[in-house]
Design a protein around this ligand. Structure first.
Ligand code: URA
Length: 243
């Protein structure tokens, strides 16, 4: 690493403490000491060789690791949980030791593609709304819907029943299955339960949900529960669309 002095929240993210925005909060909560001094300002700089403690534990920069996983149902996308549930990072050997976390969230019952990393910097960039990373979801929804109906209800934007509006939805594919319809859509959104809330708002319900792509990275070829390690370059090019 050659970028010293470095802001403390960036340093913590490099040490696997979690995504950058969470590291900001750790600093504000007064959980961090540099060279024995308690600090509470996220902009505080760390110099090479500084002694940084988080909750009394020494923080050293980790080797950055990047994985793609086809998440099975029944795993939670959390980075700390007191309810004894199975974490998605546990599917990668030594996931917790490596400081891995999932980038964004898939619901307990949702399957599909998710990025797992210990690089808080890249995690932040992928999930930040300004990156506009496209996600593709395949959903089995209640009811018989035609392509025309779905395009007209979704592509003009959807007002969610609870709060907010989702725009930028694109219908990719629709397959009529009688009482149900299989649909693929793309969105840029990362709000909680957003796909289920979209279909609820148009009077349907999601029965099954799978994320099939993030950016240009598709899930095809990966079985459920399978993961693959990739490099920073692949993340930049295929997920963030950088050249
Ligand atoms: N939208 C949802 O409703 N659930 C997910 O898991 C992901 C997106």
């Amino acid at each position: 690493m050659t970028e010293y002095p470095m802001r403390v929240q960036k340093y913590l993210a490099r040490c696997g403490a979690g995504p950058r925005r969470k590291c900001d909060i750790m600093v504000i909560e007064g959980r961090v000491r540099i060279n024995g001094e308690s600090i509470e300002t996220p902009g505080t700089l760390v110099n090479e060789g500084d002694h940084v403690l988080l909750d009394g534990k020494i923080m050293s920069p980790l080797k950055m690791r990047y994985f793609l996983l086809n998440k099975p149902a029944g795993y939670v996308c959390v980075n700390n949980d007191s309810r004894g549930r199975t974490w998605v990072v546990d599917l990668i050997p030594k996931g917790r030791e490596l400081g891995l976390f999932s980038v964004g969230r898939l619901d307990l019952d949702t399957t599909g593609l998710i990025v797992i990393t210990n690089d808080g910097e890249i995690g932040n960039r992928i999930s930040h709304p300004s990156s506009m990373v496209t996600k593709e979801y395949r959903a089995l929804i209640r009811g018989h819907w035609t392509v025309k109906e779905l395009i007209s209800r979704l592509e003009k934007g959807v007002d969610l029943l609870d709060r907010g509006r989702v725009t930028g939805i694109k219908v990719v594919k629709v397959v009529d299955e009688g009482e149900t319809t299989r649909i693929s859509i793309t969105i840029h959104e990362g709000r909680k339960h957003v796909v289920k809330r979209i279909f609820k708002a148009i009077g349907s319900r999601v029965i099954e949900l799978e994320r099939t792509a993030i950016g240009d990275q598709r899930i095809e070829g990966m079985n459920i529960g399978e993961w693959v390690e990739i490099d920073h370059d692949t993340i930049s090019k295929k997920i963030l669309g950088e050249v």
